[in-house]
Design a protein around this ligand. Structure first.
Ligand code: PEP
Ligand code: CO
Length: 450
């Protein structure tokens, strides 16, 4: 029998990965302020995303979810935000060519500020300090003061999310996103690029322009649907006090929504069946995603689906598998088979990043591009073999010209990593690597249609 849910019922369950604040009354003051601030997204937008995900579940749409491992307050700037949006728009153009179905774009953006960590502390040169938990909690710099969890940062995180979202909304609705002018999405540093991937993209844009002109000539009018794009936001809803402060009752009287993001997800480290995160997530009306590695038992996964979506609502649950290239063949089929047999509706998305993190000889965290592509290709094949279908990809990427993952068409090597390694946490795909992945997805989807 399930007990009653409220936005704070999670407090009766063990909550892992939460910061400890020294001053509870300072935290309560900030949470009170947050509760009075307006929501960042609306219940209508959220329901719209649920609808889109339900379309993806039956093969009529494809989900592209991507962005930084962790946004930082400092990177809440014009270029990083616009570049990420440009890249995701370019990738969805590449994918739609093969998929011939609607692409649903979801940023790991406008709120991806809280990070789960494998250790509570970090030690450097014999000094041990609390770990960095993301900009919404504390600071990355390795000194005692920086690592103190600071309630004020919750407000700063809310504000940065709002600023980011405001910019994204303006870009999505206005002339920037107009498909008649995909040149707006060119990244400054690749305009002249001669690389194979950039050239392939330019050809695609040209043929797209021809198709649009042809269609509009026949129709004798321009198509308003091509002048704007839908763009949704997502983040790991890790910091439960923050998420609760942004959880509001819909004015339509149909229940509670997390109005801080469209698609909150539960991370691999916080998906315990009797944990606080699952308790919080089971009561909100947003579509929700859960990261799963091979460590989850099929029975446990089914129980999770029952908890999160007892009424089997289409579009409600997305499962993001992140096994790793070396493990996906042995670990994914049992999960797919269990879910298929249960007939519970889910959308399967592949995160080919988080199971493929390795350390270089000098201790840099990286990911091999080939492992990422292989895991993605294997995902398509495994789903097909199990009579299921892969409905999306979840990627860590940036529109900046970084060198964090090795490989790809430019052949980034381990020694190249030092030249533009910027991430504080996980290594991201750069522009070319991300676009190359998009072409591979496009290729896979074009085969899936026959
Ligand atoms: C992440 O998405 O950055 C992350 C921590 O993933 P996971 O929960 O899958 O480890
Ligand atoms: Co990450």
């Amino acid at each position: 029998m399930s007990h009653s849910w409220s936005p704070t019922s999670w407090k009766n369950f063990p909550a892992s990965q939460q910061p400890t604040y020294a001053d509870q009354s300072a935290l309560d003051t900030v949470l009170g302020q947050l509760r009075r601030l307006p929501p960042l997204v609306t219940s209508w937008e959220i329901d719209n995303l649920t609808q889109r995900i339900s379309e993806a579940q039956i093969g009529n749409a494809w989900i592209l979810q991507g962005g930084d491992c962790a946004e930082t307050f400092d990177q809440c700037q014009t270029e990083p935000i616009a570049s990420k949006l440009k890249l995701l728009l370019q990738m969805s153009l590449a994918i739609v060519f093969g998929a011939r179905k609607r692409i649903v774009r979801i940023g790991r953006m406008a709120g991806q500020y809280a990070k789960p960590r494998s250790s509570e502390t970090e030690t450097q040169n014999g000094i041990t300090l609390p770990c960095y938990r993301g900009d919404i909690v504390n600071r990355y710099e390795f000194n005692e003061q920086s690592r103190i969890p600071t309630p004020e940062y919750l407000l700063r995180g809310y504000e940065r999310s709002a600023l980011t979202l405001n910019f994204i909304r303006a870009l999505s609705e206005g002339g920037f996103a107009d498909l008649h002018h995909p040149e707006n999405w060119n990244l400054l540093f690749v305009n002249e690029a001669k690389g194979e991937v950039a050239m392939r993209y330019r050809e695609l844009v040209k043929s797209l322009g021809d198709s649009i002109r042809f269609m509009e000539t026949i129709l004798h009018e321009s198509t308003p649907e091509l002048k704007r794009v839908d763009f949704f936001t997502s983040h790991e809803a890790l910091h439960l006090d923050y998420e609760t402060a942004l959880t509001r009752e819909s004015i339509r009287g149909i229940g509670y929504y997390n109005m801080g993001t469209h698609l909150p997800w539960i991370g691999e480290r916080t998906r315990q069946l009797n944990g606080a995160h699952v308790e919080y997530f089971r009561g909100i009306r947003n579509p929700v995603a859960v990261k799963v590695s091979g460590a989850i038992h099929p029975e446990e996964l089914l129980e999770l689906l029952i908890k999160l979506n007892p009424d089997d609502k289409p579009g409600k649950v997305t499962l993001i598998h992140r096994m790793g290239r070396a493990r996906i063949e042995s670990q994914l089929p049992v999960l797919i088979e269990a879910v298929t047999k249960s007939r519970r509706p889910v959308l399967w998305v592949c995160d080919p990043m988080h199971g493929n993190t390795v350390s270089t000889s000098v201790g840099r965290k990286t990911r091999r591009f080939d492992d990422i592509v292989d895991e993605l290709k294997l995902s398509f094949a495994i789903h097909r073999a199990c009579g299921s279908a892969l409905g999306g990809a979840h990627l860590e990427l940036t529109g900046e010209n970084v060198t964090e993952c090795v490989g790809g068409s430019r052949g980034i090597t381990e020694s190249d990593l030092e030249s533009a390694y910027q991430t504080q946490l996980d290594p991201r795909l750069n522009y070319e690597q991300a676009l190359e992945i998009a072409f591979e997805i496009s290729n896979q989807l074009s085969q899936q249609r026959f």
